[in-house]
Design a protein. Structure first.
Lengths: 303, 236, 249
């Protein structure tokens, strides 16, 4: 069953399209990573799902309802980011209590357990927390509310590496205990790769790729070799990345739709084939140009 | 004593609040809210309690008011009635309104009596002289009518006339002015809006009262004023 | 999959209770505002003097009109603060929709108006007690204390409506400003424009007419109707206008 369905959705901001004719759907009880560069439209996408924003065109369905002004979506969906702010009159403990009153599945035990583990103090005020602590606290709220649809927008902003690891582990463990649909946005796939089942790659407000993480490994192939040999191979291929290695060698990443025999031939003709890991791939897929940052220099200085 | 405490609490509270606001300003600079948690609840509780206590004590404040004021009691009429009664010699019949503040009596044998005062430009009362057959002495009476305030002012508090006889000179000394500050409530606008009455009309210029110096002398005595013109009136 | 299906009423109640707690500090401001106004109201609202040959009377009249007016300003500002981006965003931390958010704000402002109106009227007793001790030579209390107190209680109801009207006006204005920042400039200009046009020989001032519509109404029933309907109208307009307003921008 699809929890989220986007059907040719466009969101415009002052004549700029943050989301451009986007269509996809997300199944129940999956953890999906929304991957894209800054400004690709990840946050806009999540906020449309949460019902904060209204799409300019197209149709959005969350739990079979239009999320904007839907009480069902609001009651069953929580959106967590580092912009979350609470009234300064409430301390952390009171914020937890208040949140618990709103969400039916709220798990007080889990909230308190995580709260103590991450050394938070009930009497602290939210605005006095450090950036990392704030993010940790927000994640605790996101997890403990146990909403059927949980949205995390860059949840680990400001956290140090050890806390990040703990947070992701907590997320995974809690997901296993109580499976639900989780969307995590990040511009950094590597960090959440092990957690994810599906990946939705977004570029310029468009869905670039939507597939299981396991398929990512097979999606592309890296080929290294002499430029003259390679050029022939690359005809009619979907080149994702291209960079120069020395004067006459090239490294390219292409869509892997080669047959086994073709790959065998390549090896024979002296090309070195390599697997492209998913985080590397996501960087290539979401970059503006095929050559990445190298293009800037090659075009500017004629390298 | 209890009402005393009821009055002091809000005063102290006001001072406390001023202090608290200064304090809050100071603390607010380092972000965060000063009024939160227990501190906030104590503030609100104290305020609510003070208001309630004030409300409960209010009916027990010593009760003062004008008392009933008759409808025909208007400036012109009242004044007229006072002087009509005075000319008719019936002033003392109006015991309800008119007070004999002071009464002097002097034995006197001469034929001429001079009336004088220290500074006649500041002498405002009119002196009424009644020459009567039955009178053998000189009698100086200071009549006071309090009008609107008759229920509020003690007779003893009204400054009185001094009269002394030096030879054939009757020396009169104008009483001091009694200055009184009244504090009166005015209905708040949500109350006044529907009562249909203009509170100002109701309280404006009511009759404040009159006073008169009344001197009774033997019929054949000649009274000569050394004061300003018009201050001496002969009755009958 | 099990989905929570809360009713609108339940969520409004939750949001309302949450707001009471989260915005409790507005009452600290109220205490400050009322005490400040009370301090100012120890200046007589009116005075009259009179005297004759032996007596010189000075009468000062006191009321807590100022406290009520300040409380109305407080409600106006409180309502505007509720419409700001931060407040709206904070609503959407939890379960809500735009309508629920607005309706729970309405409930909150109604509660604030009740608290504000009643406490403002009650300060009259505090003022009179203090005046009794620090005041003049003779302090005149109402002719009939019981009926005055009853009148004050009834007046509290009227004060509540005055405060509510101002808070709903503030809420409406705040909503307009949220829709378009240009209102933050336009509305004050319109206000001062209306303040200084007309009058004299021309048609009566619009503001005066609005003012008289409420404050010169001498029928209690009509006033209650006018106030409640106007407040409801303002809230409804706010709900209607902000129903497509995006949050967490």
């Amino acid at each position: 069953m699809n929890i989220i369905t986007f059907n040719h959705v466009t969101k415009e901001y002052k004549n700029k399209k943050a989301i451009d004719n986007l269509s996809f759907s997300i199944e129940e009880n999956k953890i999906t990573g929304i991957i894209g560069r800054n400004g690709a439209g990840k946050t806009t996408l999540l906020k449309i799902i949460a019902g904060f924003f209204e799409q300019s065109q197209g149709e959005v369905k969350v739990f079979d309802e239009t999320p904007f002004n839907s009480i069902t979506v609001s009651a069953n969906c929580i959106f967590i980011d580092d912009q979350l702010s609470f009234p300064s009159t409430l301390n952390l403990g009171e914020i937890l209590d208040a949140t618990g009153k709103f969400y039916e599945n709220w798990d007080t035990k889990l909230a308190n357990g995580l709260f103590d583990y991450f050394n938070l103090d009930r009497h602290q005020s939210h605005e006095h927390l450090s950036k990392g602590m704030k993010s940790t606290f927000n994640v605790i709220i996101g997890l403990a509310s146990r909403c059927p649809l949980t949205l995390f927008d860059e949840p680990t902003t400001g956290m140090d590496a050890a806390v990040r690891k703990d947070v992701y582990r907590a997320l995974l463990k809690d997901y296993i205990t109580k499976p639900r649909t989780i969307l995590i946005s990040s511009h950094h796939l590597q960090e959440i790769e092990d957690l994810l089942e599906d990946i939705l790659l977004i570029k310029d407000g468009k869905a670039h790729l939507h597939l299981p993480v396991s398929d990512m490994k097979e999606y592309a192939i890296g080929i290294k070799g002499k430029a003259s040999v390679l050029e022939k191979w690359l005809e009619n291929r979907d080149i994702l990345h291209k960079s120069n290695l020395g004067t006459d060698s090239l490294y390219v990443v292409v869509r892997n739709n080669f047959s086994t025999t073709e790959l065998e031939k390549a090896r024979v003709s002296g090309l070195i084939l390599s697997q492209v890991n998913s985080s590397e791939l996501s960087v290539y897929l979401t970059s503006k140009t095929k050559g990445g940052i190298d293009d800037v220099f090659s075009e500017t200085y004629n390298w | 004593m209890t009402t005393m405490i009821g009055a002091i609490i809000p005063l102290l509270l006001t001072l406390f609040i001023i202090y608290a606001f200064v304090e809050m300003r100071r603390k607010n600079n380092s972000k965060g809210t000063f009024w939160r948690g227990t501190r906030l609840k104590v503030l609100l509780g104290t305020y609510a309690t003070t208001l309630l206590i004030s409300m409960l004590f209010f009916p027990f404040l010593p009760y003062t008011s004008y008392g009933e004021i008759s409808e025909n009691e208007q400036l012109h009429n009242e004044s007229q009635r006072f002087f009509d009664a005075l000319y008719d010699g019936r002033l003392e019949e109006r015991r309800e309104e008119v007070i004999v503040r002071e009464r002097y009596q002097f034995d006197y044998q001469d034929d001429i009596l001079y009336l004088e005062t220290t500074n006649y430009t500041e002498f405002y009362d009119t002196v009424f002289v009644e020459q009567s057959e039955s009178q053998e002495t000189i009698e100086v009476i200071y009549y006071v009518e309090l009008g609107k305030y008759r229920q509020l002012i003690n007779t003893e508090d009204i400054p009185t006339l001094r009269a002394d006889l030096f030879g054939n000179r009757l020396h009169l000394e104008q009483p001091d002015l009694l200055t009184i500050n009244f504090f009166e409530y005015k209905k708040e606008f949500p109350l006044a809006q529907f009562s249909g009455e203009d509170w100002w009309d109701d309280r404006g210029y009511r009759y404040l009262g009159q006073s008169a110096i009344y001197i009774k002398v033997p019929e054949e005595l000649q009274v000569i004023s050394r004061m300003a013109d018009g201050h001496l009136q002969f009755v009958r | 999959m099990y989905l929570a299906k809360p009713t609108i009423g339940k969520v409004i109640k939750k949001q309302f209770i949450y707001k009471l707690k989260a915005n409790l500090e507005v009452y600290a401001t109220l205490v400050g505002v009322q005490l400040f106004a009370l301090l100012l109201s120890f200046n007589a609202v009116a005075g009259s003097g009179g005297g004759n040959n032996f007596i010189n009377i000075r009468t000062n009249y006191y009321s807590v009109d100022l406290v009520i007016i300040f409380t109305m300003f407080w409600a106006f500002i409180t309502a505007i603060i509720l419409t700001t981006k931060t407040s709206r965003n904070e609503d959407f931390n939890f379960v809500t929709t735009r309508m629920i958010s607005n309706l729970s704000n309405g409930c909150f402002l109604l509660t604030a108006s009740i608290v504000g109106g009643v406490t403002a009227m009650l300060t009259t007793f505090m003022q009179k007690i203090i005046l009794f001790f620090i005041g003049g030579d003779i302090f005149l209390l109402p002719e009939n204390v019981t009926s005055y107190m009853l009148e004050v209680f009834m007046g509290s109801g009227v004060a509540i409506l005055h405060v509510l009207l101002l808070s709903m006006l503030g809420y409406f204005i705040g909503t307009l400003v949220q829709l378009n920042k240009i209102f933050a400039v336009v509305l004050p200009i319109v206000f001062f424009g209306l303040l200084f046009t007309g009058g004299q020989n021309g048609p009566p001032l619009v503001l005066t007419q609005i003012f008289q519509f409420f404050f010169s109404e001498t029928s209690l029933v009509l006033f209650v109707l006018k106030a409640i309907l106007s407040a409801a109208l303002l809230l409804n307009l706010s709900i209607y206008l902000s129903n497509r307003l995006e949050v967490r921008l």
